[in-house]
Structures are given as C-alpha cells and as structure tokens.
Design a protein around this ligand. Structure first.
Ligand code: PHE
Ligand code: ZN
Length: 875
C-alpha cells in the first residue's frame, strides 16, 4: 500500500459516537482453538446516524440479532474492520456472536494464550479482536461477563469488578459471572483463565473498608510476589495521603503473564502485568528491577483514578492519563527513595530516549495531531515528556494549588472521558493562573534549546536567556514556550548568594524564572560580586541548555557546592559532555592532543570520596553521560569516536583513582550488608559496583570480578560482576556466563539477562553470537521479553556493534522486524525505531541504513504499525 492509501486518524476529525451503550453482557466459551463470544449490547441513539457502526477484526462473525430476531445478511455488512447494521431503531438490543482462536493470536492484542493461560490485552484497540463494539475510549458502559472453561485446565476465572456467581457445568467445565459496577471503556476490559497460584493480602482504606488483594502467578512463583504486594499496599496508602484518592472496589487482582507487549496494564480491578514487572527475589532481581516493580505496581494502581475513573476522550489525549500517572509514580518513587537520585534517573532516561525522539523523524507533540497506528504513540514523549509537563504545572502552581487542581479535575470529570485541555483548565482555575501559553507544551513538538549569557555591571547581574525550538516534522515554525526555570547563585567559595530580581524586595536562595519570550533579560541586584549561576535546578524544565556562561572552574565549583543535589550531578555531566565532545573532535582530526581532563577527573574523585553524600548519588556522579546523549549533541554522529572518547575518559578516571575505587568497593560492599531490597542497601551496592566497573577496565581485575560473581548473595552484585567480565577477553568471562546459564536455564525471565549481556558485549563476535542465540531453546520470537532482551538491547544499547561499518547490524535488525511484521507488528515497529537516526550519520552508514529502510518499505503486506514507523523514519 502507498502512503496515500493508509488511513490517517486526525484529532481535528473527532466526533462523538452517535449511540449510547446502556449495558454490555459478554459470555465466553473459552477454548484455545475456538473461543465463542456472545455479546449483548443495549443501545440508544444519541445522534443522527441511521446505521450502527461497530469495530471488529480478525474474527469470524457467527450471527447478529436485533431485539431477539436474527438479522438476514442484507441488513448488515461485515468487513474492513467494521460491522455496519443498517437502519436501526432508536433503542434496541443487539446480540453478536463471534469466534476466533486465542492460541493463534501472536499479536498479543485481544484474547490470547500465554503459557497455557488465557489473558487479554485491550488497550488501545484490542477489544475489537474479541467482539464487534464501538472500540473507543469515550464509549463507556456497564459490563457483566460470564466465563465458561474447562475446570481442570482453568480453575481460576477472573474478570473486572466483583464475582457474583460461579458453579460447575457439564463435561468438566465450570463458569463464573463477574459484574463491574463502574462504567468503563472497552480498553479497560480484561479476563484471565488459568491454573494459577494466588498470593493473598489485604488493605484497609482510610475510610475503614477492607480490600482483598490478590496476585496471581504461575505455580511456584508465589514467594517472588512479596515485594510487589508490599509495593501495592504502599501505593494505596500513598495515594490516599498525597492525592486523597481511595480505592473504590472491595477486590483488587493482579495477574502476571509471560507473553506481554508492554510493562503492565491497568484494567479495572484486574491489572495484568508482564511477569517481569511483578516477580522479584534476591536471587533473580537486581535493585533496579525491584525499583521497576515498585514503580510499575504503583503506576498501574494510580491509573484507577487517573485513567479509569477519569479516562481519555480519544487516543490523542493519551498523555492525559499517561503523563499524569507517570508524574504520580515519579512522586511516589521520590517519596519512597532518594528524591534527587530519582530525578537523576528520570533525566537520564529523558535524555537517552525522549530527547532523541523529539529531535528525530518520529518527533510528535505530547498530544499528537494524527496517527496511522495508535500503538506507535505509547512513546517516551507521551509518557515522559507528558510527565514533565505535569511537573512544570506542579512547579508553576506550587504543591498546594496543584492538589486543589487535582481535586477540581476529579470533581469535574469523575466518571467521564476527558481531554488534556480539561486537565489544564482545572489547574488554571484552581491555581488562578493563565496557562494558555503554557499549553503549547501539549501541541508543539521538539526540545527547546536555551542559550544563556550574562553581564555584571555596577552591582547588577543580568542573565539573558534566548529560547529556540528546531522545526519538527509538520511543524516548521515554533513559538516561544512558557518555561519555569529555577536558578540560584553561588559565590567563588561555593557559598549561596541571594537571588533578588531588580525592583523586588524579597531575596531567596533560589527562584523560578518564568520564560515566555524568545529572548528575555532578568536583572538581579544586591550582589557584591559576579555570581556563578546554577541553572535549571532540579531540572524544572525539559530543555537543553546549549549555551551557558560556565567555565570549567564554575562547573567544578557547582559539582562541589551547589546546594541542589541534582544540580551538582548535572554540573558534572555537563563538564563531562564538554570534555568528551572535545575528545571526539580531537580524535576525528587525527590529533593526539585532547583536552586536559585532569581537573575534571579530580573533581569527580572528590565527589565520589565525599562520605557526607548519599552513596546512590555518588554512584550517579561516577556514571558518565551515555553514548546516546553525546550523540545527541553532534551534527554528524561519530559512533566510534564517541565510544572511544568515553572509554578513554573512563580509563583516565580509573588510573587516577584506583586506590579510591578499591576502597569504595570494599567499604560499600560491607556497608550494604546481607541483601535487603532497600533504597539504602541499593545505594551502597550501586557505589561499590560503580567502583568495580572502573577497576574492571583492567583485565588484571577479572579475578576480582569473578570472585564477586561467585560470592554474591544477590543478583545486583552478580550482574555487576558479569557486566565487567562481559567486555573482557578473559577465560573468566565464559566461566561466569556458563555458570549463570546453567543456574537459570529453567527460568526464561532470568535467562533474559544472559541474552542481554551477550547482546551488549563490545566483542567483535557479538552479532555472530546473537544469530546463534536465536536458536537457543529458551529463545522465541513470539515472546516480547525475549525479543527485547536479545534484539532490542543490541539495537539500542550496543551502538558500536549495531552500527558496524559493514551494515550487518542493520540487516539483522530489519530481518527480525520483517519476521515480526506478521507475528507481532507492534513489537516489530518498536524495534525499527533506531533506524530513524540515519540522517545524522556519515555518508556510508546513511546509505546502508536507508537501503534497509527501503527494504522494509518494499515489503508487501506491511502492517500499519511497521509501515508508519518505516515511512516516517525514511522521510
Ligand atoms: N496503559 C499501560 C500503562 O502505561 C501501557 C499499555 C499500553 C499496556 C498498551 C498495554 C498496551 O500503564
Ligand atoms: Zn500508564
């Protein structure tokens, strides 16, 4: 199909659905080879349409009956994703029977089978693969669901809401009836049927109601759910305390499944999770994975209000629920753990994933204007930049007014499908602020760039700030945004100086400047010397500071003394970026004379050695900016140069601080003590392991790493040791990897780490090894976790090997994408995204990458998911 023939969905074409669905009864006869679904819809006309149009795909339509009478074939047409029933009355009942084979559903959307259990995934448009229905989020109704299945194979039958009936049927089958008292859109429907182990607990709400909590997992995995259950209870409490939001049913179920396209799904009272986001124990989960479980459990739970009680009018409003819920889970994590370290991790991920997206061919606004396939818009922009937008409102209004805004939003929109504008209006009204310019953050794509210059004359310090956003696809001209930018001042000894705007009486240690124009000058008085400015403290705005008045000495000063912990880390990162880019340039010019790194290396060592600082924070300081973040700053990306520079700087650091790193590794390993998945323990392990990673640059320390691997009482230390060995050409590498494989070969979820390590390895034989691993008995193209572990990691976390000069990495990726095009196009489209970076590559790689994209586009029967990414990436 050509571009013109693909159906583009546009926000500007939104129209309400012309019928109301008064209720929906679903009855499932579950069978992997042939499941039959009877749907009974009660409908009332609310608009002017004569015909009823329902969405549906990949099913056999068995029958359609209107008010109990089977309709003759000339009253309806089914095809092209729709069922159209002609000339329907004003109010009527429609019975639709459909059939399909869940066992053959490899897309993992709709109803499918994962490891012998039935489960569903309906967001965004999976429900239309179960029955014919207006599959759009603004059509909400009450669901009653009957499940019938073989009792021995599927003893557990779950759906949304409350179970109101159950019993046995003939032929070894049984049934359960579930009723959800809340109106919901089809994307929040879920069912699960399987033979599952139950982990049970309870929570008493602040109003004194007792909620039954269950986590359902594969038999034997019960003990790995303790942490997820604790996280759930903490999240429930936190949402009451901080947002005043209480759970609204008596039952909350969570189910873990092994084949899942995303992290997890917030179906009303029946959250379905990728097993990866639930299971955690010391032997199998790293600290980062524990933290991931905690935040995903909280995120899905928080959706009960921000997503379910108030849902989205249309999919362009996706960030209404996702940006807000990510912000809420970030606040939660900051309260559970170290707030600055959480912020550092968020900013790393924003820079590593969202900034490149916003600066590339797939750039789109937080509230997109159009899409071909909505699955392609579950992006870092909608989620993470969307969360930054909420964070900025929080900042502009202050915590108290923000909370009033939330209350008002809930009061106005509970039980309805709302828009981003509705949310902003609630915030503006509660905060008494004009957010009209601010709302450009929703509609304008691209990362703003700030250029900051200073003057100091007659005791007046002036900061001139210019903002600019580059054009993005479809948006050639950008307007100035309303940007909150927190600044503070330090003197030459590192003491804070007051921030007082000219003409104002009050001085503070820090204040939020509000930028609204392309260029603005802020004048500050009461300063006896020119201060060193600390800019964008706490990362108040998701912008790039492309020009600042900072010297290397200023950066070292901020690293050592900024009272804002985040800003201290940031000063180190900016310092490193400057040096690394100079090193890349020197290498490209064939010069042996790089910049002098000594002062930076020393400043880094002082921070790392400073026992008054949090261990987790010091580990962050020791982690240099990623290859991807550096690539973002180059007009033409020098893949090998960036990598070589980063490694060279790491070696400089290792050489200068060998003794310090040995000490840090030993003392913080000891300080961590026996494993417990606490933020504090994780901080000690992170610092000890950051030190180990520097020590491990020297092959002579392979033994040390192997010893750590053998002695580890937890996965974090084991993986840190493996990561060191992974890039070395030493016998210890194979020894440890083989041991890991033998230990975990029965657990595919853990084996993913073993696949990923090999996909990340810098060794020249990596691609050949990956091709072998595709034949490993635990590997399957049908399981998204396996695909991401092996192929996703290779394409996204191994720039040197993925971008190999002969193009073999690109060809390998595209072969896999084409395989997934028919199997699971949603996953295929995601894998393809790194190919969009061709524009910033040098000529040879450009040619190789575009040739591969053209190969995708020339393939017949491209799924819309893959087509959309390939065509936009190539454009
Ligand atoms: N809504 C889910 C979340 O962010 C993500 C998701 C989207 C899961 C689509 C599955 C399919 O919480
Ligand atoms: Zn979400």
């Amino acid at each position: 199909m050509k571009t013109e023939e693909r159906r583009v969905i546009r926000l500007s074409e939104y129209a309400p659905y012309p019928f109301r669905v008064d209720s929906l009864a679903l009855a499932f006869d579950l069978d992997p080879a042939k499941t039959r679904v009877q749907a009974t819809l009660r409908l009332t006309r609310t608009g002017t349409a004569a015909d009823l149009e329902l969405d549906g795909e990949d099913m056999t339509l068995v029958s359609v009956a209107l008010d109990g009478e089977t309709l003759p074939a000339d009253r309806y047409t089914a095809g092209d994703g729709k069922l159209v029933v002609r000339g329907v009355p004003d109010a009527f009942t429609l019975d639709v029977v459909t059939e399909f084979a869940p066992a053959e559903n490899t897309k993992l959307e709709g109803l499918y089978v994962s490891d012998g259990m039935f489960c569903t995934q309906c967001e965004a448009q999976g429900f239309r693969r179960i029955t014919y229905f207006p599959d759009r989020p603004d059509v909400m109704t009450r669901y009653t669901v009957t499940l019938r299945a073989d009792k021995a194979a599927y003893p557990v039958l779950l759906s949304n809401g409350n179970r109101i009936e159950q019993g046995d049927l003939d032929g070894g089958r049984h049934f359960a009836v579930w009723e959800d008292p809340f109106n919901k859109p089809s994307y929040l429907f879920a069912l699960v049927a399987g033979d599952l182990e139950r982990v049970q607990d309870g929570f008493r709400t602040r109003s004194g109601r007792d909620i039954e909590l269950n986590i359902w997992v594969e038999h034997g995995n019960g003990p790995r759910c303790t942490f997820a259950m604790e996280s759930l209870k903490k999240a429930m409490k936190w949402d009451e305390d901080v947002y005043g939001l209480e759970y609204d049913l008596d039952l909350f179920n969570v189910v873990a499944v092994s084949a899942f396209n995303m992290g997890a799904m917030e179906n009303k009272s029946l959250n379905i999770f990728n097993a990866k986001a639930i299971l955690a124990d010391p032997d199998t989960a790293t600290d980062a994975e524990y933290e991931y479980v905690e935040s995903v459990v909280a995120h899905e739970y928080f959706h009960n209000w921000t997503g379910n009680r108030i849902t989205c009018r249309d999919w362009f409003q996706l960030s209404l629920k996702e940006g807000l819920t990510v912000f809420r889970d970030q606040q939660f994590s900051a309260d559970m753990r170290s707030a600055p370290v959480e912020r550092i991790n968020q900013v790393r991920s924003l820079r590593g994933r969202q900034f490149p997206e916003d600066g590339g061919p797939l750039a789109h606004p937080v509230r997109p204007d159009s899409y071909i396939e909505i699955n392609n818009f579950y992006t870092a922009t909608v989620y993470d930049k969307g969360a930054e937008v909420i964070r900025m409102m929080h900042r502009l209004l202050g915590a108290e007014a923000y909370r009033k805004g939330i209350d008002l939003y809930v009061e106005r929109h509970d039980g309805t499908a709302a828009t981003c504008d509705d949310f902003a209006a609630a915030m503006a009204d509660a905060g008494g602020r004009d957010l009209s310019q601010f709302k450009l953050w929703y509609s304008q794509a691209g990362t703003p760039q700030l250029r900051v210059t200073e003057t100091y004359e007659d005791g007046v310090y002036a900061l001139t700030i210019r903002q600019h956003t580059d054009p993005t696809p479809g948006q050639p001209d950008k307007r100035p945004l309303h940007i909150p930018l927190e600044v503070g001042f330090l003197d030459r000894t590192g003491q804070p100086l007051p921030v007082r705007l000219e003409g104002e009486d009050t001085a503070a240690d820090s204040r939020v400047l509000e930028l609204r124009e392309a260029e603005q000058t802020f004048r500050f008085t009461g300063l006896a010397e020119k201060p060193v400015p600390s800019l964008n403290r706490g990362f108040t705005a998701p912008v790039r500071l492309v020009e600042t008045p900072h010297t290397d000495a200023d950066r070292a000063l901020l690293m050592a003394h900024d009272p804002d912990t985040f800003a201290r880390w940031e000063a180190g990162q900016q310092y490193a970026v400057d040096l690394l880019l100079k090193m890349v340039a020197a290498r490209a010019a064939g010069s042996n004379e790089g910049p002098d790194t000594a002062a930076f290396v020393e400043a880094l060592g002082s921070s790392a050695a400073d026992e008054s600082l949090d261990a987790a924070f010091r580990a962050q300081v020791l982690t240099l900016p990623s290859d991807d973040f550096l690539a973002e700053q180059m007009a033409v990306i020098d893949i090998d140069g960036i990598h070589a520079a980063r490694e060279a700087l790491r070696r400089d650091i290792a050489r200068a601080h060998g003794a310090l790193f040995r000490r840090l590794r030993d003392t913080h390993r000891a300080a961590a003590g026996p494993f417990a998945p606490t933020a504090e323990g994780a901080g000690h392990r992170a610092l000890a392991n950051a030190a180990l990673s520097y020590l491990g640059l020297d092959a002579a320390n392979a033994k040390l790493a192997l010893e750590q691997y053998r002695a580890a009482d937890n996965m974090t230390d084991a993986m840190a040791a493996l990561r060191v060995l992974n890039d070395l050409d030493v016998p210890e590498r194979a020894e440890a990897l083989d041991h890991f494989h033998d230990r975990f070969k029965g657990d595919p979820l853990v084996l993913d780490k073993w696949f990923s390590l090999q996909a990340m390895s810098q060794r020249p034989d990596t691609l050949a090894r990956l091709k072998d691993l595709m034949g490993h008995p635990a590997f399957s193209m049908r399981n998204p976790n396996r695909v991401r572990a092996l192929i996703g990691v290779f394409a996204n976390a191994n720039p040197v090997r993925f971008h190999a000069e002969d193009g073999a990495g690109y060809a390998f990726l595209v072969d896999r994408v084409l395989e997934l095009n028919s199997l699971n196009p949603q996953i295929g489209a995601r894998l393809l995204q790194p190919m969009g970076r061709w524009r910033r590559m040098e000529a040879a790689r450009k040619a190789l990458m575009t040739r591969e994209l053209d190969r995708v586009l020339a393939t017949p029967d491209l799924a819309p998911d893959v087509y959309e990414i390939a065509s936009k990436a190539r454009a």
